[in-house]
Design a protein around this ligand. Structure first.
Ligand SMILES: Nc1ncnc2c1ncn2[C@@H]1O[C@H](COP(=O)(O)OP(=O)(O)O)[C@@H](O)[C@H]1O
Ligand SMILES: CC(=O)OP(=O)(O)O
Ligand SMILES: [Mg+2]
Length: 402
């Protein structure tokens, strides 16, 4: 039998999420997370689903290379190591693929060079993705390594949505355009929403709200992305955990000219010290909700700003699509925070959007409707699975049938 396992690595700016899957039946063999890489309080949590064992390691993990070595060791302890002949490929999430990569791609030197060239437009993400790829390549140089790009799903956006209103000669020279991110999730969730409604993706117009630490919205017409809220970089759009999302670009001139800040300081301010964290000191929606329950006004305002922006995007994408069949909430906040879902669609009854409080309160891992049966637009919670989608695309590219 030919090898059927795929290891998926999702290297974030300070974390690595991973899953080992058997693509014959899509079963998960191992899953885990390394977080707070580079800090004294790093944590690795590893679960072998083959045995049900969970192990946790707390202590400093210096960088992504050390994190991946630790992951490889944990897998080896369960007999699932990278040396396994059952491994068919390693699939990597790569955040920025520019306009060049519209499909999953087997990684070679030219692909590495292109991902490296895109670092200036994904400074938090592409360097971590590259370290993940290089470390995995060193451990298994013989194995196909596949890059699955966050930007790929959005390459179908029309020029009217993808271009900024600036001089096209300057834009083209510097490749400034709206690329969009979280595409693997938007693709998976829009398809799963169609599945939930018993329709083909081609029949459906969906607004997908991916609300994690990074957050983005997309308008999907008949299975193809026609607009999304992130732009040249993952900074544009919704209010996020630590990113500001949309602001008047003149705020940046003002911070530099009047505030005396350097460009690097402004970059850090907007990417790492803004959003929910900048507004109230917390970026975890659970903590914000706890503070609101205690009457904290700062947390309340942060929540209200977050919801206001989200609602504006729902309205905007309603207008872009003309007809909306479904709105799907996904990722950490979208899947878990019922209060966010309720607030985001509150007052949109005229648009056919409503949430049933009873259904909205139900928890679970399965895709589910939360709109009343009579509603014109289906509102749904559709858990994302970027790792399964990356594994599926990776295996489709390299897997061989027996
Ligand atoms: N039960 C919950 N209630 C509210 N928010 C939650 C809950 N669980 C997770 N979250 C939110 O999800 C966020 C992480 O989402 P996730 O999709 O895992 O993000 P990322 O992949 O960007 O790290 C956390 O910051 C937290 O705000
Ligand atoms: C592109 C992006 O924002 O990714 P993440 O949500 O993983 O930070
Ligand atoms: Mg995420």
């Amino acid at each position: 039998m030919s090898p059927s396992r795929v290891l998926v690595l999702n290297s974030g700016s300070s974390s690595v999420k991973y899953q080992l899957l058997d693509m014959r039946d899509h079963s998960r063999l191992a899953t885990g997370l390394v977080e707070r890489i580079g800090e004294q309080t790093s944590r690795l949590k590893h679960t072998a689903l083959t045995t049900g064992d969970t192990r946790e390691y707390n202590g400093p993990i210096a960088d992504h290379q050390a994190a991946l070595k630790a992951v490889a060791e944990e897998l080896a302890r369960d007999g699932l190591g990278l040396e396994s002949t059952e491994l068919a490929a390693i699939g990597h999430r790569v955040v920025h693929g520019g306009m060049f990569f519209t499909e999953p791609t087997v990684i070679d030197d030219a692909v590495l060079t292109e991902i490296e060239r895109l670092i200036p437009v994904a400074p938090l993400h592409n360097p971590a993705n590259l370290t993940g790829i290089r470390t995995a390549m060193a451990l298994r140089p013989d194995l196909p390594q596949v890059a699955v790009f966050d930007t790929a799903f959005h390459t179908t956006m029309p020029e009217s949505a993808a271009r900024y209103a600036i001089d096209p000669k300057i834009a083209d020279r510097l490749r400034i355009r709206r690329y969009g991110f979280h595409g693997t999730s938007h693709a998976y969730v829009s398809r799963a929403t169609a599945g939930l409604l018993g329709k083909a993706p081609q029949e459906l117009n969906v607004i997908v709200l991916h609300l994690g630490n990074g957050a983005s919205a997309s308008a999907v017409r008949g299975g193809r992305c026609v607009d999304t809220s992130m732009g040249l970089t993952p900074l544009e759009g919704l209010v996020m955990g630590t990113r500001s999302g949309d602001l008047d670009p003149a705020v940046i001139f003002h911070l530099e000219r009047v505030g005396g800040m350097s460009m690097d300081e402004i970059d850090t301010l907007l990417n790492k010290r803004s959003g929910l964290f900048g507004l109230c000191g917390d970026n975890d929606m659970r903590e914000i909700q706890r503070r609101i329950d205690e009457g904290d006004r700062e947390a309340r305002l942060a929540f209200d700003i977050y919801i206001h922006r989200l609602k504006k995007y729902i309205g905007a994408y309603y207008a872009v699509l003309g007809r909306v069949d479904a709105v799907a909430f996904t990722a950490g906040v979208g899947e878990n925070a019922a209060a966010v879902r309720a607030a985001a669609v509150a007052g949109l009854e005229e648009l056919g959007l409503a949430v049933d409080d009873g259904l909205n309160a139900v928890r679970g891992d399965a895709p589910r409707l939360i709109s009343p049966a009579s509603a014109r637009v289906a509102v749904a919670v559709v858990p994302t699975d970027e790792e399964l989608e990356i594994a599926t695309q990776t295996y489709a590219l390299v897997g061989k049938d027996d």
